[in-house]
Design a protein around this ligand. Sequence first.
Ligand code: PLP
Length: 219
Amino acid sequence: MSSADNYAEITARIGAACRASDRQPETVTLVAVSKTFGEEEIRPVLNAGQCVFGENRVQEAQAKWPALKADYPGLVLHLIGPLQSNKAGDAVALFDVIETIDREKIARAVADEMARQGRTLRLYVQVNTGLEPQKAGVAPDEVPAFLALCRAELGLTIEGLMCIPPAEENPGPHFALLEQLARDNAVEKLSMGMSSDFETAIAFGATSVRVGSALFGAR
Ligand SMILES: *Cc1c(COP(=O)(O)O)cnc(C)c1O
């Protein structure tokens, strides 16, 4: 199947998952994760009507998105991979949403760059719901203090929380935990669910799902 066919199928599955949970399909945004794929794979999905894309590396995104942004003015680009503070300026210049704010140094660097560049990005805090040592993200019990720092000290608006559950575990409890943290801390949006579990994430309240391989094929 072509990526445009995959796109139609995923959109239909998101719609069905919304209906199964009594949710409106417009309440869930598909973030098409295009990492490792090039313009020739991305353009058919853009032409099919998709305008929200996710990349996990700043440098890779810089190489392929400026030309596409010029051709598709309504594009919204999400950074979904770890951000190093020396790349904060490049990230703020290119992306519209950063989903991976996970420590004070990065929050400060992004706040400083937004002020310097006069750009306001939408920001998410990544939560390490499985407390995996190799994974980025704020520990669940540190979320309230980290949000307070972002909000009160840095003046940031945190739009949502994001998580990547441990690969070998049932994702449901992780999605439930993220939803609870968002509710307890007055955070509006939930970025959770990937190719293998986006329907489950929608049942637990995801407002955006990050789908890569089911859309573009194996990496
Ligand atoms: C690659 C990636 C995805 C997409 O994963 P698939 O399983 O290919 O859908 C989602 N979120 C993050 C943070 C990723 O790095």
